[in-house]
Design a protein around this ligand. Structure first.
Ligand code: ATP
Length: 363
């Protein structure tokens, strides 16, 4: 049996329940996950200080992949610290209509936001000029732009979809212009991938009017932040999604991947056994997809979404099941799919199409 080492960063609030759910699901998979658990909850951070982060960073660098549970931000944001320390320069955030989740928006969304995770104004604390004004420095560097573009075009090539890069290059000519010029350079190596450029304000309008025109959207840091949240608003949920955060090596390969759920620690329901593990399962599926376990990743994603569509879910999305019961339902369906010989990659695709969207199955 294959073994995959995975660093698991334990968090706060519902973190321990989500961790238990992922372990419960992982036990039913046709390979073993060797979890290397590191507690980065508030309490552990207070005790462990900088050394705790050193240990987490070293483990992730050694193993190459990590699943991170939600953590509370007290003095610092562990997400920010880890992103910086691991030099995670690209965030991949798939946003897709989740069957069964009520939304004001009628059309289906199936978007991959690829965001440069560093630079822009977010890396600059800003400075007051006297008392009446403030200034901030916006830095755009070629290297992370190139890495994000490579990630987006590789994803597009594998999944046979288009890339739209978006910025305000007509106004911020130097900075956003530099980003678009790097993207164009990378695009030259992918003649089979359609590449379009959209001004960011126009993109937001077009996305609302015709979301199906956009597939992979490649953006700088701040734009990516706004776009991900807007897209989540369209699908009716900020919380039921996951992202992959990637760091690269000198040869432009992926060095490390850290995967997490989009929601927070949900302290109001912690310890009550009713946390919804959907997002962490989607994060786990992204991790397995990254490790090449495409079939299992698709089975996890499809099974989870299938249950939501059928109204079999946790109370936050209108269901009656607790975390453990929902996890067992997912595991049962995953097992069934994996032993079904007709569950081939072709079926995954067809099945996914029926669900409305599935990037994992298209690879
Ligand atoms: P944080 O400060 O960690 O971001 P928060 O409470 O501000 O925490 P979330 O944790 O995202 O933000 O929670 C927002 C609301 O959504 C809460 O009512 C919470 O219970 C609910 N929620 C978030 N994640 C889940 C989940 N996985 N399952 C069930 N409910 C959730």
């Amino acid at each position: 049996m294959k073994h995959y080492p995975v660093v698991e960063l334990q968090g706060d609030g519902i973190g321990p329940e989500l961790s238990a759910a992922v372990h419960r699901l992982a036990e039913r998979l046709p390979f073993r996950i060797d979890w290397q658990s590191i507690d980065i909850s508030v309490e552990a951070r207070e005790k462990g200080g900088k050394e705790l982060y050193d240990r987490a960073v070293k483990a992730i660098e050694d193993v190459g992949v990590a699943l991170k549970h939600p953590t509370a931000t007290v003095k610092e944001s562990p997400n920010q610290v880890l992103r910086k320390r691991l030099n995670l320069q690209v965030i991949h955030r798939p946003v897709q209509t989740i069957p069964g989740i009520p939304t004001n928006f009628k059309a289906d969304v199936d978007l991959d936001v690829v965001r440069i995770a560093t630079g822009g104004t977010y890396d600059d604390p800003g400075q007051l000029i006297g008392t009446e004004a403030a200034v901030s420095l916006r830095i755009i560097e070629k290297e992370p732009c190139r890495q994000a573009a490579l990630f987006a075009f590789e994803l597009a090539r594998k999944t046979k979809r288009s890339v739209t890069s978006s910025s305000k290059h007509t106004i911020q000519k130097v900075t956003d212009g530099l980003f678009e010029s790097v993207v164009k350079e990378v695009a030259k190596d992918y003649p089979e991938v359609t590449h379009r450029v959209e001004l960011f304000d126009a993109l937001l309008a077009k996305l609302v009017l015709k979301p199906q025109s956009f597939q992979i959207v490649l953006v700088l840091n701040e734009y990516g932040d706004f776009l991900s949240d807007m897209a989540c608003g369209l699908i009716g949920s900020l919380g039921i999604g996951a992202s992959g955060n990637y760091g690269f090596d000198k040869n432009k390969g992926i060095r490390v991947g850290m995967f997490d759920a989009s929601h927070g620690t949900a302290p109001d329901i912690a310890g009550q056994g009713k946390a919804n593990p959907t997002a962490i399962f989607l994060a786990f599926a992204l991790l397995l997809y990254h490790r090449g376990e495409v079939r299992t990743a698709s089975a996890i994603k499809n099974s989870t979404l299938e249950l939501l569509r059928e109204g079999i879910s946790t109370p936050d999305v209108g269901g009656k099941l607790g975390t453990v019961e929902f996890t067992d339902e997912v595991a049962k369906r995953v097992e069934k799919k994996l032993i079904d010989p007709s569950w081939t990659s072709k079926t995954i695709r067809l099945h996914a199409d029926k669900l409305g969207a599935d990037k994992l199955g298209k690879a």
